[in-house]
Ligand binder design. Sequence first.
Ligand SMILES: C[S@@+](CC[C@H](N)C(=O)[O-])C[C@H]1O[C@@H](n2cnc3c(N)ncnc32)[C@H](O)[C@@H]1O
Length: 248
Amino acid sequence: MRIKPKQQILLLGPKSYLVRAEGRFDCEYGSVQLDKLVGKAFGTKIKIDKYNFSIVQPTVTDFLFKLAKRAPQVILPKDAATILAVTGIGRDAVVVDAGTGSSFLSLFLANYVGKIYTYEKKKEFYKLASRNIKNSGLKNISIKLADISKGIKERNVDLITLDLEGPEKIIKLAEKALKAGGWLVVYCLHVEEVQAVCRELTKRSFTEPRIVENLQRNWQIHVGKRTWTRPKSVMLGHTGFLVFARKI
Ligand SMILES: C[S@@+](CC[C@H](N)C(=O)[O-])C[C@H]1O[C@@H](n2cnc3c(N)ncnc32)[C@H](O)[C@@H]1O
């Protein structure tokens, strides 16, 4: 595949940079004329000063961490990937996601499922998320400026994800919209929210909930005369709890 004018490209070297194929780019290693890359194939190798870089296509994770704009708190890829791993949904799945927020969860899931309908009630976040979705180039996300507590239009849904205040109030609507076997996943910041969600789930036609906390600890390695390896001192200690249940 050839690089088009202004296309997003990843300069992959000792560090990586997500840029568009236009104009000039300066980084700590030196400068590169990006418009000269237009027409070249992905995989092309260049030098910035004495450093080797490959020009590759960015992944969704590159896009989320390097280009997408954030306003409200986002669901990180580690938690989004856990949603795919636990539910096992795939290419044909129809997903409803609320609230959209910065659209991080929608953007991640859209790479692996068929169609996403995402609800955002605040205009400023709707605008920001719409820009992120447009910039991602993904065509299978429909964003609505709508309050999900007023109703879910979609039916026979495979997965509903909730990341908003008072998610327990939306469970009745989710029960109607999901198909039998469909999944409800609620992202909760606090244990009290987990409890409220689970109390509501037990009153309705859902399987017993499964609660997952996904902690990741990064390690560092120093390769030298004396190589040493240990966990990084600082870690992201808490993101959110994921509550999973299937509609019966
Ligand atoms: C924490 S953010 C969601 C972040 C999102 N999961 C992401 O990964 O970028 C919560 C969002 O839900 C929206 N929201 C809250 N209640 C809502 C409702 N009833 N209907 C639609 N959106 C709602 C808020 O305006 C906010 O933008």
